[in-house]
Write a protein that binds this ligand. Structure first.
Ligand SMILES: *Cc1c(COP(=O)(O)O)cnc(C)c1O
Length: 348
């Protein structure tokens, strides 16, 4: 059915027939009255899965991060965050715009982590000159990279010792858990919970590799989620018969966690297939995102590459640094086709 191999993002998937059936069958109510059984079920499921008291269904990951940051921080407070973190760089400055919460970005290390020394240096003394440092926000996976678990533990313990709350933008938390599961021979749910337990709040996207059409969940203590619920209302995120969407999320959590390993295998297949093409520097993928840098003579042809791929039915993003994301609507045949087309382009 899929003649297009769409590797722009893992957000492009279509709900499966089984997911659509679950959506159609979902019992509904008005969630603004807390009456939607399917929303309530998803929220209970996500909280239990990640080991928190409560969770809140969100229309998007962006709103979820916003509600989390504004639940942790008051006006005039700040969150310490990566320079390239989604909840700083890619969310329109929402925390500053809507919450008067100042971001304090710091540079990432190569593996995506924020050095403890840099976090330490960014924490402000209690002095009228400064915004009050209130929160550390990490992201895992970041750019398809898994933050080393020992680092996550250290950084969040350190933040806690310094009086900071800890938020995880875990849009792709289950991709991180999948990679850790493969390394430790553990279980994806146990690994996800191990990471999540280092934080006071965790946001997870249902709409990426998990394959739901929309939605995220924000997990935290009951008190934090009560605050987030009020902010979600202000942000216009109080949805009514949202159970049709929540049912897709529940279906994803029930059936799509294990399959993330398939996406990781496809990413490796793509990376392996593109090794050795002159002018391509392929980064070994840790999860479902493959980055490829164009170097030397290949750079001069970068502007032609994506249009050519598109003309051949393969979609990706980037210019000098290409990004390919695998997901449930691509298969090995599609990846092999993409490899063949890229090889052809560079052999011309
Ligand atoms: C996609 C993404 C988000 C935002 O999710 P939306 O649903 O697109 O708003 C937040 N953080 C990270 C790391 C993401 O990849």
């Amino acid at each position: 059915m899929n003649t297009i191999v769409d590797l722009r993002s893992d957000t492009v998937t279509q709900p499966s027939a089984a997911m659509r059936a679950a959506m159609l069958a979902a019992p509904l109510g008005d969630d603004v009255f807390a009456d939607d059984p399917s929303v309530n079920a998803l929220q209970d499921q996500a909280a239990v899965l990640l080991g928190f008291e409560a969770s809140l269904f969100m229309p998007t990951g962006t709103q979820s991060n916003l509600c989390a940051i504004l639940s942790h921080c008051q006006r005039g407070e700040e969150y310490i965050v990566g320079q390239m973190a989604h909840c700083y760089r890619w969310e329109g400055g929402g925390a500053a715009v809507f919450g008067s919460v100042q971001p304090q970005p710091i540079e990432h290390q190569r593996d995506g982590s924020l050095a403890l020394a840099d976090i330490e240096a960014a924490i402000k003394p209690d002095d009228a000159h400064f915004a009050r440092s209130r929160l550390l926000a990490l992201e895992n996976t970041w750019d398809g990279k898994v933050l080393p678990f020992d680092y996550v533990k250290q950084a969040t313990d350190f933040a806690s010792a310094r009086g900071l709350a800890r938020h995880l933008d875990g849009a792709r938390l289950f991709n991180a858990a999948t990679a850790q599961e493969a390394a430790n021979g553990s279980d994806i749910r146990a690994e996800a919970q191990r990471i999540a337990r280092c934080f006071d709040s965790v946001s997870v996207c249902l709409s990426k590799g998990l394959g739901a059409p929309v939605g995220s969940v924000l997990c935290g203590s009951r008190e934090l989620i009560t605050r987030a619920h009020r902010i979600r209302k202000m942000a216009g995120g109080g949805m009514r018969q949202a159970g049709m969407l929540a049912a897709a999320g529940s279906h994803a959590l029930d059936h799509h966690l294990e399959r993330l390993a398939d996406d990781h295998a496809l990413a490796r297949r793509l990376a392996d297939g593109l090794q050795g093409i002159d002018g391509l520097q392929v980064e070994a993928p840790q999860t479902n995102i493959v980055f490829i840098d164009l170097v030397g003579a290949a750079r001069a042809r970068s502007a032609e590459l994506l249009p050519y791929l598109k003309s051949q039915g393969v979609l990706a993003t980037g210019l000098y640094r290409l990004r390919f994301v695998t997901h449930m609507d691509v298969d090995a045949a599609g990846i092999d086709r993409a490899i063949g087309i890229i090889q052809r382009f560079f052999s011309r």
